[in-house]
Each structure stands twice: as C-alpha cells, then as structure tokens.
Write a protein that binds this ligand. Structure first.
Ligand code: SAH
Length: 351
C-alpha cells in the first residue's frame, strides 16, 4: 500500500483532522488494499464505541407531495407521473404504534415538503406519538422549514432531525437543484437545528451528477467541522422520470469507503447503512455495517404506499409487511456478526 495513503488513514484513526486536499488525495489514490486497511480501522473504532449493536429506526414515509424540484428526486414537483399520496394522522399513529410493538424505540417521519403538514398538524402528531410512547425517540425528515417551525417541532417533543446537506460545494449544489433552492438556506437550517437542540443529521448522495473527489473532500471537511450527530450517505440511484434519468448510479464500493472515513472522522456518529445501498447491491446494507455503519432503517410505511414513495428506481422492501421486513433485516445483520438492539440509540453523550 502507498505509504502516504497509509499515513493519512493512520492520522484519521488517531483522531487528527485532515485538510480538504488530504481528503481529496485519499479518495484519488485509494485501492483495494487501502480500502480494506481503512475498513478494518473503522470497524475497530465502531466496536470500541458501540460494540456490535446495530440500532434500528422505523421509517414512516408520510407523504410524497413535494413543493421542491430537486433534479435527482423521483417525487420532485415536476414529475407529473408520480402518483401522490399522503398518510392521515391516524395512519401515521397506527404505523408508529405498530413499530413500537415490533420493538422500535425510534420512529422517523419522512416526506416531501408537503404544505399540508403545517406546524400545527406536525406538532400534534409528534406530541401524540410522545404521549403514547414516552420512551420512543421521534426523528423528523421533512426538508427545509423556518427556524420558528423547527423550534415548534422541538418543543412538541421531536428529538432528532435529518436534513442531508446534499453537497458542501455551493456550485455543485446549484447543479443538483433548481435556482429557487439555496445552499445557504440548507446550511442555515442545519445550524438552526443544531442550535435548537436537535440531534442533527446531514449527509449526501455518493455519485450524484457532477460530484468529484474534490466536492467529496469538501463534504468530508464539512462533516469534520460540523460534527453532526447523524450522517446519512447512500449511492445516488437514477429515477426514470427525472432530468438525471440517464446518469450512472453511485458505487457501493465508494459508499463503503466513505462510511469508513466518516466513522474515523467522527467515531460516535450515528451512521445508517441505507436502503439506497441495499438497492445497489444484494448485500449492500451488510457491507455498510461491516464498513462502519451502525444504524438500519426498516420501512414501517403501509405496504400500499411504499412503491409510491419512489425517490429512485428499484427501491427495495416495497412489497413486504413490516414484520417480514424486520425479520429479514434482523437475519441479515446477524449474519455479519452484529446484532439489532431495541434501544433509542441516541448519540453517545460526552464523557
Ligand atoms: N424531503 C426531505 C426528505 C426526503 S428526501 C428532505 O429534503 O430532506 C431524503 C433524501 O433522499 C435526500 O436528502 C436525498 O439525499 C435522497 N435522495 C433523493 N433522491 C435520490 C436518488 N435519486 N438517489 C439516491 N438518493 C436520493
């Protein structure tokens, strides 16, 4: 292995920050041997912090209406072919109740930016879940909102918020989003969420159009600086009804490499092996766990809507009941030598 690459990995492992140019160099010069060396270090770090526990989050996809028009996303507003749905409050609560019975102690409510879910409605749903299940964490992933809105959701009892930054490079951001959307507002949201007290998640797609090792290095430097409690990364997967329909998908191998780097940058981070990773490889989520991920997010949405919440093509786990999904994922994780635990799985507090 290139000694320079080895020393960069060793420095990450020792908790030293790298600069953007060094991250770029690491990405540029990785090979099979250095990837395995890095993976071993990331796995050791992950076991030191979390043991072999894998946290589960029950994902409820509440709506595929979206006012935004992200060029990569299948539920963008200009996709006239998307059949739109929205769960009722009762349906959302029923999914959360079922999830609780299955052993979930975190539910994630995710959706497009749907104006129907006003602060009043969302706060009602969040506080009712917390009333029924006080030992359950509620994570929201509802896109960009005002600071006042985030504050209201936090006051209603929401614990965590996932908002991928998508790319830390302003120009790259502009090529993935319509002009109306702004990099500054995305970053403003992340800072507000953090200041309000949410466990905050950022993240990005691997292999999104126009991404380069330099923009990825910027993402890594951003994560190193922001130190999010959670970080969602998964391969970009094209959707047939978007402007990026003909773009190649992101690679599983690079995603796993980045999972390992992120584990070393920020050992305590909650890092999911995503559904998109599982979509790109039959053992994608298992490979993610072995690379340093420590969270999986089985789908708890009603089976009838899973296919409709189609951010990208060929999404997995759209045809099975939740119980089957959980059983399948539990068995898969067990095969890796790790094990799913029933736990809120909060970000570890500082000693
Ligand atoms: N609307 C919310 C949450 C839903 S989108 C929000 O904006 O945060 C959740 C994530 O799915 C996005 O942040 C994006 O990174 C990812 N995503 C969207 N389209 C995708 C695609 N084609 N391939 C892979 N991931 C995609």
């Amino acid at each position: 292995m290139n000694t320079e690459i080895r020393s960069l990995i060793d420095r990450l492992d020792a908790g030293e920050p790298l600069c953007e140019a060094e991250f770029e160099h690491l990405l540029e010069n990785r090979d099979a041997e250095s990837t395995e060396y890095l993976r071993g270090k990331a796995e050791a770090k992950r076991i030191a912090v979390f043991g072999r526990a894998v946290y589960i989050r029950g994902l409820i996809e509440i709506s595929n209406y979206c006012k935004n028009d992200c060029l990569y996303c299948g539920i963008r507003r200009s996709n006239g072919n998307a059949r739109r749905y929205r769960l009722s409050e009762e349906e959302i609560l029923a999914c959360a109740d079922a999830g609780y019975e299955f052993g979930f102690r975190t539910v994630v409510l995710q959706g497009g930016e749907d104006g129907y879910f006003t602060d009043e409605r969302m706060c009602g749903i969040v506080s009712e879940i917390k009333r029924r299940h006080p030992d359950c964490a509620v994570t929201l992933s509802l896109g960009e909102r005002s600071r006042e809105s985030f504050q209201a959701l936090f006051d209603a009892g929401a614990d965590r918020y996932l908002l991928r930054h998508e790319t830390a490079d302003r120009e790259h951001y502009g090529r993935l989003h319509p002009e109306r959307m702004s990099f500054d507002n995305r970053m403003r949201c992340l800072r507000d969420l953090r200041e309000i007290g949410f466990q905050t998640g950022c993240g990005f797609m691997v292999g999104s159009p126009y991404q380069t090792n330099r923009t990825l290095a910027e993402d890594l430097a951003f994560i190193q600086e922001f130190r999010p409690e959670m970080c969602g990364i998964g391969p970009f997967v094209p959707h047939h009804d978007t402007p990026f329909a003909d773009r190649p998908a992101g690679s599983v191998e690079l995603t796993c490499f980045l999972l390992s780097v992120i584990r070393l940058i920020h050992p305590k981070v909650l890092l999911p092996a995503t559904t998109a990773l599982g979509t790109m490889h039959p053992q994608g989520r298992e490979l993610g766990i072995l690379a340093g991920a420590n969270v999986v997010m089985p789908n708890l949405s009603p089976v009838g809507v899973r296919k409709l919440y189609e951010l990208y093509d060929n999404k997995i786990c759209t045809g099975e009941e939740s119980a089957q999904c959980i059983a399948c994922l539990t068995a898969r994780i067990a095969q890796t030598g790790y094990g799913i635990v029933t736990d809120r799985g909060d970000f570890p507090k500082s000693e």
